[in-house]
Ligand binder design. Sequence first.
Ligand code: NAD
Length: 493
Amino acid sequence: SDTATREEQRHLPADLPEHIQHYIDGELVDSVDGGTFEVLDPVSNETYLRAAAGKKADIDLAVAAARRAFTDGPWPWMLPRERSRVLHRIADLVESQDARLAELESFDSGLPITQALGQARRAAENFRFFADLVVAQADDTYKVPGRQINYVNRKPIGVAGLITPWNTPFMLESWKLGPALATGNTVVLKPAEFTPLSASLWAGIFEEAGLPQGVFNLVNGLGEEAGDALVKHPDVPLISFTGESRTGELIFANAAPYLKGLSMELGGKSPAVVFADADLEAAINATVFGVFSLNGERCTAGSRILVQREVYDEFVERYAAQAERVVVGYPHDERTEVGALVHPEHFDKVMSYVEIGRTEGRLVAGGGRPEGFETGNFVAPTVFADVPPDARIFQEEIFGPVVAITPFDTEEEALELANGVRYGLAAYIWTNDLRRAHTFAQSVEAGMVWLNSNNVRDLRTPFGGVKASGLGHEGGYRSIDFYTDQQAVHITL
Ligand code: NAD
């Protein structure tokens, strides 16, 4: 890489657009006021395209189109099987262009290309999963003998507002689009402004799959403008949001006067707890992957590792050595394990935490820009040991390749440390004691727990966090519940 030219390092994909528009009522359009914003790639930090900057007027048009498609149909009234067929075609189309999707996503977000490819495939799987789920959906019926029969009439709600972050953007969009569309809603998607590139492929995919006009609408733009207008639009009865906790708080307040349905997937500072009786090799491999994959820009990252004193020194030494071996590289290079952080603003934030960490803990790996990467948003996998629980790098979400390791003596102390932050998204527990594994899982404040396990998800399980990590659960039938009203119908016998 030392001899690579700047353009080789940047690896421009073929046929990059220079301008990205909104997609409203089946048409690609610019903003009503003609406004645009700049989009950078994270290796050169140069502007490579301008995207239409949506504001209230654009959101109004998109919501009106989605509302027409909902009230005039046919999408909400179609048989689940018919909608399911469209969703499977969407999955086929995503799969058939997974390499292109990965190339664009990796270029725009800085994710390693091999991991971006995995995320593209997960996006296809999300559509398949919800396509299957809606045809298998059974709703409750109750009988009071001789008096009444009651049944549940499940109905799509209307225009769903979907607001998504820049980490694994295409996959997270699919996680909302799949169930919202499968259940018969129409949507307005506001993707993250750092990474609008992969989202610009949705319109073509949906058209080719036969999704009726107006069912899917996309407005690009800043959160404070386009996102805010979507949250405050009276004809959008539900908002599914994934992003930072403080943005979630703001959206919660802004949606309150409209009493909207809200699903909030927010930040995390998830603990990985390693007991002395654990399979140390497996725990090290999984906890290295757990915080450094996806550049550490992962909501469920195990960014705090709590290690029992008996194995603490050995763990820290082996962990640091393994972190040093993680391959930092250009996002398009297949050998790369950690690429470039999404944006210079985010890079500065992560680097400021690395500096803070030097005063709060003992640096044992990384510590800033890796050698050979003088420009671009590259951060070496960074490990701090002996981090006290009141440290900022223990308490605050960094969302980059930075991990804090803290020792503990007893199970009670481990639990107190694990629960001693405002977040509660995921927890990872490593022990060979079955009783301890399950009692710890019961007491840990986390929406999702993995026992002796990598972060692998079954799409039927609930996904969501507790405390500042979110409100509500998606995943499996819970997503169906969020995107539908369940009307109770009572019949006298
Ligand atoms: P962010 O909150 O800055 O932005 C997320 C989205 O919200 C963007 O599309 C943004 O434009 C929009 N937005 C910003 N302000 C808004 C406002 N006032 N009104 C309406 N919309 C607004 O988050 P980010 O930096 O893009 O993403 C990283 C965060 O997302 C991290 O905290 C991470 O943990 C979290 N995340 C959570 C999950 C989960 O499932 N729990 C998954 C991925 C990421």
